[in-house]
Design a protein. Sequence first.
Length: 309
Amino acid sequence: MTNEPQTHPEPQAEPKWEKKISSLLKNPLHPGRDSSRRRFRMKRFRDRPKKELNLLHLLPNVLTSFNVACGAASIVYTVEGNYTIAAILIIVAAFFDLIDGKVARFVGASSPFGVQLDSLADVISFGVAPPVLIRAISYQGYHRLGLSLVLVYTLCTVLRLARYNVQSGQNQNKKRESFTGLPCPVPAVFLASFVWVCSEFSISLTEPILRSTLHVIVVCLACLMVSTIPYPDLASFKVEKKNVYQHNVTLALLMCVIVLIGKFFFLAATTVFIFTGPILALSHLFSKKEASQEQTTPADKEEISQAQP
């Protein structure tokens, strides 16, 4: 009996069609893929805390919406011929524009959306409503001249707001101490209070002299808005703690004055603020010239005197 090595029969290869059928039965969605391997893992569901929005954070945008409403209502009352109410609504819009930014910073709800919304509101309330009011009162029968005045004033207001948005975006981390150009609410309140005072004393603005004077004033205000003259930011002034009581008394007296003679107070305050910018710019220019003259040495003065005949 011979000792021959035992040979095991080689397993026959599974036909391709049977392999396909078996893989299809194991994993019908993805044939050929191992179904035991988990390729997709389901993350455990966790209860995430929902971000709650305090209604107080909506207050700045609500105040800005009131600004828009006052500006639009002023235009409607101007078309209807109620010029006094239209002028008062412009002043009320300026009040809402004054406090919406302060409220946003106090509540902590400042956002780029609020900045853009405030600028769009200012275009309506302080860029369109005041010149439309002046055109309706003084330019009856002079449609083209009045239309040109409205277009110039509105365009300057839009340019001033666009520049302000660009500068505020570039200087977010810097404290603002002054405005570049006249802020657009100031001339709007000036024109509205001027119309209010004239209606109180029954002064007709259709006279040629008054119309020409008012036309020059409106054009000058539009030029001041797009100028580079610095105007002080009253919100940047700080009050010492020891003088808080005195300032509170002053504010209370101002409120009484506004209630009693509001139209005269707004006219006087805006007039003073409008002239503040050019006066400060001229004083700064003269002080620069004096400083440059003081820096000249005696030798330079001798050379200048010798050069003169």
